[in-house]
Design a protein around this ligand. Structure first.
Ligand SMILES: [Zn+2]
Length: 262
């Protein structure tokens, strides 16, 4: 083998090795993904971002909201234990009236805006939102976004990573955020809906609540005006279709969880 061929062979082996080591598999859907960020790196950055949020935002003392968030998050976090082994769980209700939003971060940090309770009327409905957010984390959507930011803007450093953290875990129902979403977020939303529905069901929450919450969101979006989302964002009707497609599968898990609980 001449030197040039040897060099080419080594290059191919190295590249293959890099791709293999940076691939992981999404829970529930089994999708393969490329992942250039290590868990510990991502957790470290998101932990710092969550601490900053807690310092800057008012924390709600509302007993009902806090009890519900703790109860629901506790049950779902037990279900995702093996998908998030590094998690140090923390659940915070932020006092943010009018903000219909929630997020979860790698490392197990979950934030719920008090405005979410404008549309969430049962623990099952709350569970559907929190499970969707946690699904973004276990599916490593934040890692993917950060890896993507790294590929697209190599060398641009912390600012693009900061944007990745801030938007990676957010619920995307707030119309003001829609403009920032890229094309591949469309698939991420649908994936998080599907995984989240399985998580909530396994934790003993009725998966039909995911459909009722999405229906209410569609009304809000409709009331907000013509077309708040750009064309790359899935409409709530598209997301409703996905939830309907998987609800039977989720009901099986729900019935199993209920049988175990009693
Ligand atoms: Zn989402």
């Amino acid at each position: 083998m001449d030197t040039k061929r040897l060099f080419n062979t080594v290059t191919v082996i190295l590249l293959t090795f890099m791709l293999v080591t940076s691939c992981s598999t999404v829970p529930v859907t089994g999708r393969k993904q490329i992942n250039l960020m290590s868990d510990s790196e991502v957790v470290k950055m998101t932990k710092a971002a969550f601490e900053q949020m807690k310092g800057q935002m008012k924390i709600s003392q509302d007993p009902r909201m806090n009890d519900w968030v703790l109860e629901v998050s506790d049950r779902i976090s037990q279900q995702v234990f093996w998908d998030m082994p590094l998690a140090e769980w923390e659940f915070i209700v932020f006092d943010a009236p009018g903000q219909v939003n929630a997020f979860a971060m790698p490392g197990g940090k979950v934030g719920v805006m008090s405005g979410l309770f404008d549309i969430v009327e049962t623990q099952d409905e709350l569970a559907s939102v929190i499970a969707h957010e946690i699904a973004h984390v276990t599916a490593r959507h934040t890692h993917e976004r950060m890896s993507q930011a790294g590929i697209l803007k190599a060398g641009s450093g912390i600012s693009s990573l900061g944007t990745a953290i801030a938007t990676g875990g957010m619920v995307h129902i707030a119309p003001s955020m829609s403009g920032q979403l890229a094309a591949w977020d469309r698939a991420k939303e649908v994936e998080a809906d599907r995984i989240g529905m399985m998580y909530m069901a396994r934790a003993g929450f009725d998966p039909n609540a995911a459909i009722s919450v999405m229906g209410k969101m569609e009304k809000i979006i409709g009331a907000a005006g013509s077309q708040p989302y750009n064309s790359t964002h899935p409409t709530s009707q598209e997301r409703l279709d996905v939830l309907h497609a998987y609800v039977d599968e989720a009901m099986v898990e729900y019935e199993k969880a209920k049988a175990l609980a009693f």
